[in-house]
Design a protein around this ligand. Sequence first.
Ligand SMILES: Cc1ncc(COP(=O)(O)O)c(C=O)c1O
Length: 294
Amino acid sequence: MPACLIVSPAEASASVPTADRLHVVDPALPQVSVTDLGVTRGDGIFEVLGVVDGHPQAVDAHLRRLAVSAAMLDLPALDLDAFRAAIHQVVAAFDEPHREYSVKIIVTRGIEGSGVATAWVLAFKSADDYAVERQTGVSVVLLERGYPHDIASRAPWLLAGAKTLSYAVNKAVLREAARRGAQDVVFTSSDGYVLEGPSASLIVKHGRHIWTPSTSQGILRGTTQAAAFEFFADAGYATSEVLLRIDQLWDADALWLTSSGRMLVPVRELDGRPITVDRELTDAGNAALLARTR
Ligand SMILES: Cc1ncc(COP(=O)(O)O)c(C=O)c1O
């Protein structure tokens, strides 16, 4: 399970050769300071990308989103080439026999008072069995996020739509889902719109249309959702980002949660009501997503 520290990850440090700033370290040993703002305040950002058959997927899309999150948090502009090199370095060093695993990128505001961001890239095998989920599907509950759908434009300081390290809420909602007998969650806005899962985008099939909730609502632009849209478009569906009201979910033909590593996981139950699983489309979509070599 290799990790790679990136010393001075800001673009301003790019004059020092990248290779001199990457250090492969043992993630079982302590590497981060107890005064790092990522630890003490959850002040930082992250990305998780999937690796299949040795190919890290959607690297450019993840790095673009990392840069967007960094800008939203007023972190320094990042040397994305150093991150790209670190991703390939941990993938090359990963020696466990898994067909699928994940790579996590972390950037924090750094040690308090230092003004220098901390960054590392880690390869790991997720504890979740995504291959099983793709077959069995998941039971999902709708939970209110507590904001209106236009929160991102009304209050950008709330950082809605940035992939921040502050995922305590995203984990708490999974425990609430478990208390309600479900495995996952789709957030809804306080004014009745459908948003995203705590770690996934939502895709909705309605006839020949494939929809995903609009990112104008302060939700993440899903890299897997974007790749899945390419699959659906090739299969002849009309794809679009939409404002989706909760009641529009009830006459959907199929629903999926998508995220890196997980790919297309069908929703088989929503708030206790059965949802049809489109087995053929799910399997074809997952085959296409798993076959990506970049
Ligand atoms: C809140 C949230 N929405 C959506 C996604 C899906 O993004 P991606 O497909 O790029 O992994 C994630 C991924 O972890 C997420 O945390």
